[in-house]
Design a protein around this ligand. Structure first.
Ligand SMILES: [Zn+2]
Length: 241
């Protein structure tokens, strides 16, 4: 009997902890505050790229996007922005939207409120110096967030952006075909649910500049080939704000 009560309490505690983990990491959870995921038009896609700028892959990606006349959203890391402001300007001049991906890419949910603010404000400052315009969107590294993170973002005028289709392109030794397969699974799921698709890919790596993103660039080309602009509208995430 005592054992049953104890395990019951344990199960309840796990369930509570589970809810917390789900809300802070699940990309579509709205429990910890409203975030942008996607619109309700199944023919609207947003290509989003995290962890850049990163030479030469950001540039290669810009070439692919230009070839298909598709606009995309880039969530950049502040420390890389300071290293390669020229690449940041190139992204902007090509007509893409640029967002904040923090200064150094920490897990925000486990940082102090002061550190969260510093990370967001630091990246904003780096971007605004280069672009001369206010940054309006941010994506939390690893999708990690909690109410204090979203509050700090709001105070800085930033709206958090998540995703609903993921290429898992950060996995070691993955291939363009596998990345495309994961994205297609997400797209099919979104279309069944009557949603647009917010596709998460990476043009950089948060551990160091120079990460090989050749497979992500190729997967982007394949997605653009299969879902040609015309059949699908490629929007930037501000379309869903
Ligand atoms: Zn990231």
């Amino acid at each position: 009997m005592i054992g049953a009560i104890a395990s019951g309490v344990g199960a309840a505690a796990c369930a509570v902890a589970g809810v917390g983990t789900y809300a802070s990491l699940a990309p579509e959870s709205q429990l910890f505050g409203r975030t942008i995921v996607a619109g309700r038009d199944v023919a609207e896609f947003a290509l989003t790229f995290d962890d850049g700028p990163n030479d030469p892959w950001t540039g290669r990606l810009l070439d692919v996007l230009a070839r298909y006349q598709a606009r995309a959203t880039f969530f950049l890391i502040g420390k890389y922005v300071r290293q390669r402001p020229d690449l940041v300007r190139e992204i902007r001049e090509a007509g893409h939207l640029i967002g904040n991906h923090t200064a150094t890419h920490p897990w925000l949910a486990v940082q102090s409120a002061a550190r969260v603010r510093e990370e967001l404000a630091g990246c904003n400052a780096a971007l605004e110096e280069v672009l001369g315009e206010k940054v309006q969107f941010f994506r939390p590294p690893h999708g990690s967030r909690r109410p204090a993170v979203l509050r700090a973002a709001r105070e800085l005028g930033l709206t958090a952006v998540m995703w609903n289709a993921m290429g898992f392109d950060w996995r070691a030794n993955t291939t363009a075909a596998r990345i495309t397969g994961h994205l297609e699974d997400g797209i099919a799921r979104n279309q069944r649910r009557g949603r647009g698709s917010n596709l998460l890919l990476h043009d950089g790596g948060h551990l160091a500049m120079g990460a090989d993103r050749s497979q992500s660039v190729e997967a982007t080309r394949e997605i653009l080939e299969r879902h040609a602009p015309g059949k699908v509208r490629y929007v930037t995430v501000d379309a869903w704000a």
